[in-house]
Design a protein around this ligand. Structure first.
Ligand SMILES: [Zn+2]
Length: 255
């Protein structure tokens, strides 16, 4: 069995002391590949560093909506250089976060649009972060308006209607630890509806730790708990979930 954790932040200080051990546990749990996601210029560069250090780690580069205010022309040019690195498999995470609003909304939208254009220019998929901004996210994705735009709705926790809209755009939905939470009844319903061929699994570690480890630091080994939950919801085996979600991730990220 092989699993792909399609969204991690292993460059974060949470893993500074024991990253090697964390990676060993991931391997033991069957995690074959890991995609480490950039969220600002620093973490984008650090993600690429990790991908150079470890054969099975890939990287994405992008500016998170929280940091959208930092995306000036210089940063955009730097990103345009970084996307050319060999193991960069996507632009992300990019998108809109109207919950925290660490950057003003109009600036978030502008940064989102510019990075969608960057992804299209180099034919890379996008990793989308969308929180309390469903309508604007959809609108901007549609306006980007190219059938070449491919991507992932990361940590999907939206409504069934939103799921259907994202599927119609050709996007994959990535599910994480949240689907294991007791109160996630509606989200499990969404999982039931989405075809397995369009599902990816992720941890978003160190965040969103699945049950029964909730409250502790998350790590890639726990992506297996997400896969198990999907198997349970869909009434299929863990091996099937592992095989198909890995195939999906391989196709989208081209790894
Ligand atoms: Zn993330």
């Amino acid at each position: 069995m092989r699993l792909i954790d399609t969204h991690t932040h292993l460059d974060f200080p949470h893993f500074k002391k024991d990253r090697a051990e964390v990676l060993r546990r991931a391997e033991k749990a069957g995690v074959q590949y890991i995609v480490n996601v950039g969220s600002n210029l620093r973490s984008s560069i650090d993600s690429i560093e990790l991908s150079k250090q470890y054969q099975h780690i890939y990287a994405t580069v992008g500016i998170h909506p929280h940091d959208a205010k930092d995306l000036d022309q210089g940063v955009l040019e730097k990103l345009a250089e970084l996307v050319k690195e060999k193991k960069v498999v996507a632009v992300g995470e990019i998108g809109l976060d109207y919950h925290y609003e660490h950057s003003p909304r109009d600036i978030q939208r502008e940064a989102f649009r510019k990075q969608l254009q960057l992804a299209l220019a180099v034919d890379l998929p996008v990793v989308i972060h969308s929180r309390e901004a469903e309508q604007d996210t959809l609108r901007i994705l549609r306006e980007a308006g190219s059938s070449n735009l491919r991507g992932i709705m990361h940590c999907f926790s939206g409504s069934l209607a939103m799921a259907k809209n994202c599927l119609a755009l050709g996007f994959f939905l990535a599910f994480g630890g949240v689907i294991t939470f007791n109160n996630a009844v509606e989200l499990r319903n969404v999982v039931k509806t989405v075809p397995l061929e369009r599902i990816l699994i992720e941890t978003d570690c160190p965040y969103l730790t699945p049950h029964p480890h909730r409250g502790k630091r998350n790590e890639p080994a726990y992506v297996k708990l997400v896969a198990e939950q999907i198997a349970l919801i869909k009434g299929i085996t863990l091996e099937e979930v592992a095989a198909i979600t890995s195939e999906n991730a391989g196709k989208l990220y081209r790894i």
